[in-house]
Design a protein around this ligand. Sequence first.
Ligand SMILES: Nc1ncnc2c1ncn2[C@@H]1O[C@H](COP(=O)(O)OP(=O)(O)O)[C@@H](O)[C@H]1O
Ligand SMILES: [Mg+2]
Length: 161
Amino acid sequence: MPVTALYPGTFDPPTNGHIDLIQRGAKIFDHLTVAVLMNPVKDPLFTVEERVEMLKEVTAAIGNVSVATFDGLMVEFARQQGASAVLRGIRAISDYEHEFQMALMNRRLAPEVETVFLQPAGRYSFVSSRMVKEVFSFGGDITGLIPPNVLKRLRARIGNS
Ligand SMILES: Nc1ncnc2c1ncn2[C@@H]1O[C@H](COP(=O)(O)OP(=O)(O)O)[C@@H](O)[C@H]1O
Ligand SMILES: [Mg+2]
């Protein structure tokens, strides 16, 4: 049976770490749906629509990847999508505790959905959307950490080099 996985997140904005994970996920699952959480609490830099556009641009060449949005319970959306797996990234041990809690809560809510953790390439293991925004806003060089289309939008949004 073909396995669809959901890769949920905030993606504000997508980084090369996210893309690395999408590429790895696309290789092991038949279909991967990148799902942008519509979470008004997080006060994002980019709108959900902008984040979806950026993700579509960077995944356009990968045939078995699609991009969607969701709100509410992630596992409910996974069920709606027919996804039997949820992909999450672990950059460092510090990610693990929170991810582990979420995975077990999600298993309790939807025992049929398995959480799968993947590690990015080492060169992306320190990259987060938050750090990218912070360093960029102070004029630091973030070349190679985000795709060109995201850099363009960051420049337009926060100005800078
Ligand atoms: N550089 C990276 N390498 C690998 N995984 C990452 C990286 N940055 C984020 N992730 C993973 O991608 C997923 C989505 O992250 P994020 O966009 O921050 O949304 P969330 O609000 O769910 O943490 C999480 O599982 C996170 O651990
Ligand atoms: Mg995060």
